[in-house]
Design a protein around this ligand. Structure first.
Ligand code: FAD
Ligand code: NAI
Length: 473
């Protein structure tokens, strides 16, 4: 069998893989990308979890459901009256699917534009070959000097409760519920639990979230998490913490979940549908990693060093399949850095400035350390907060929940963390990321002119608050 030769073969076309492939091609490396995701017609659907059943479709549904909630509850404040408000779930899902398709097609276009050879199928290692590796796809053999593995992750199921995507749903099924369920249960009050819970609550479902840990959003700054929790409960999301989930029974009518509540009392939650969002597991299915001796850790993640080198020479791995946060932009950064390293450049990922965003309403976004982390490491720090209640633009928007919080080094004033809960936190956090990347002080932000009226003035004011000199609060 004749083999096609490449400088770089990327296995996986999610944000880690397709971006690595594009960057490698830009650097004049002869590059192929293999991805097996199929659309509903069996055709290629590159973009991975993020594009097909993650970031993009979830944000499409969050947008639709937010419009509905505004129309149902907030338009009246603006003097806008509506009769017979309704939601056509089929149409909402079709719009979401169209957004996904645009992104799939966009990636195929980018492959063409950048001369990346795309293979639609499953890529698997065959063996070490002269000067690199042999990878098989659809019965073809590809020879590569370098292989980048970007095979992503899959939803974790509860032990003994497989996803049927009808009653027991992963993120995939949660994005395809055909009509608003009367009752929806979610196991896990993490990012997916809160985003998906918000979508279906806004559309009228009675939503209960069962979380195993006693703390709500433990990775988030405590003050911010507390504020968000208050807002979610006010909206009608039922969140039970410190539960122990027991037997899950799936019947014709729905699902019943036996659990022990925070007080140790036995309870049962009966719901039409159950979303299990208890984290994700790295995916190496079908890669034939064992045949070439690619080292995995106890969680099944590919073991890599700080620069994404695996245990095998010339084999790299990026994104959800390796350590670190499971975020699309983290995967992309690693993909770019690996392509640059292969080309002999000095690719770099700063793990200290990776932003996190939870796209609920209010949105939650942060970068850097939380106050509890600073306390735990005994750091001397100053804190400044500014509430959106005191921001003119937020009042005009009618969205005044939340605050911006700055944490800065007590001696040098260098920004150590910025935490936001409130309107457009996902966009506002970018300024904080830039500031931290440039090692700015809170005074730097406080001295920069911010447009009026804008939500970003709350960022400036929170920076001023570090020095106890807010102007509008
Ligand atoms: P993936 O996106 O999982 O892509 C891996 C690709 O590899 C897939 O297409 C898969 O089919 C393919 N593949 C696997 N094995 C093979 C093989 N052997 N041969 C060929 N192809 C193969 N992150 C954010 O930053 N922001 C968000 O708003 C956000 N929202 C999310 C919402 C949900 C509901 C979920 C589930 C996740 C969300 N994420 C979000 C996380 C984000 O989707 C992941 O971090 C990101 O997709 C990881 O990218 P990746 O390239 O590592 O893997
Ligand atoms: P998660 O890690 O965010 O949350 C899982 C939650 O489930 C945790 O709070 C955990 O304590 C809880 N849990 C675990 N086992 C449990 C059990 N048996 N019973 C009850 N609770 C239990 O994971 P999630 O929500 O599944 O999302 C997976 C990943 O996808 C995220 O960590 C994130 O990396 C990514 N993602 C990112 C988004 C974004 O950036 N906006 C949106 C959605 C997902």
């Amino acid at each position: 069998m004749s083999s096609k030769q490449f400088d770089v073969v990327v296995i996986g076309g999610g944000p880690g893989g397709y971006i690595a492939a594009i960057r490698a091609a830009q650097l004049d490396l002869n590059t192929a990308c293999i991805d097996e995701w199929k659309n509903d017609k069996g055709g290629p659907a590159p973009g991975g979890t993020c594009t097909n059943v993650g970031c993009i479709p979830s944000k499409a549904l969050l947008q639709s459901s937010e419009h509905y909630e505004h129309a149902a509850h907030h338009f009246a404040d603006h003097g806008i009256g509506l009769k017979d408000l309704s939601i056509d779930v089929k149409k909402m899902l079709a719009r979401k699917d169209a957004v996904v398709k645009q992104n799939n097609e966009g990636i195929l276009y980018l492959f063409k534009k950048n001369k990346v050879s795309f293979f639609h199928g499953r890529g698997s290692f065959v063996k070490a070959a002269e000067g690199g590796w042999e990878v098989a796809v659809n019965g073809e053999s590809l020879l590569a000097r370098h292989v980048v593995v970007a095979t992503g992750s899959n939803a974790r199921a509860l032990p003994g409760v497989p996803f049927d995507e009808d009653k027991v749903l992963s993120n995939d099924g949660a994005l395809r519920i055909g009509g608003v369920p009367k009752t929806l249960g979610l196991i896990g009050a993490g990012v997916i639990g809160l985003e998906m819970g918000s979508v279906w609550r806004r559309l009228g479902a009675e939503v209960t979230v069962l979380e195993g840990l006693p703390t709500f959003l433990g990775a988030v700054d405590e003050q911010i998490a507390k504020e968000a929790h208050k807002a979610f409960v006010r909206q009608g999301l039922k969140i039970e913490l410190a539960v122990k989930v027991g037997e899950v029974k799936v019947g014709k009518a729905g699902v019943s979940v036996a659990y022990t509540d925070a007080k140790g009392e036995a309870r049962t939650l009966a719901v039409d549908k159950l979303v299990v969002s208890i984290g994700r597991v790295p995916n190496t299915t079908g890669l034939n990693a064992e045949a070439v001796g690619l080292k995995l850790d106890e969680r099944g993640a590919i073991v890599v060093d700080a620069e994404c080198r695996t245990s095998l020479p010339g084999v790299w791995a990026v994104g959800d399949v390796v350590r670190g946060p499971m975020l699309a932009h983290k995967a992309e950064e690693e993909g770019v850095a690996v392509a640059e390293r292969i080309a002999g450049q000095h690719g770099h990922v700063n793990f200290n400035t990776i932003p996190w965003v939870i796209y609920t309403s209010p949105e939650i976004a942060w970068v850097g350390e939380t106050e509890q982390q600073l306390k735990a490491r005994g750091a001397a720090y100053k804190a400044g907060t500014f509430p959106f209640m005191a921001n003119g633009r937020a009042r005009a928007l009618g969205d005044t929940t939340g605050m911006v919080k700055f944490l800065a080094d007590a001696a040098t004033d260098e920004i150590l963390g910025v935490h936001i809960v409130g309107p457009m936190a996902s966009e506002l956090i970018a300024e904080a990321v830039v500031a931290m990347e440039f090692k700015a002080s809170s005074e730097d932000i406080a001295r920069i002119c911010h447009a009026h009226p804008s939500l970003s003035e709350a960022t400036k004011e929170a920076a001023l608050a570090v020095d106890k000199r807010t102007l509008n609060f």
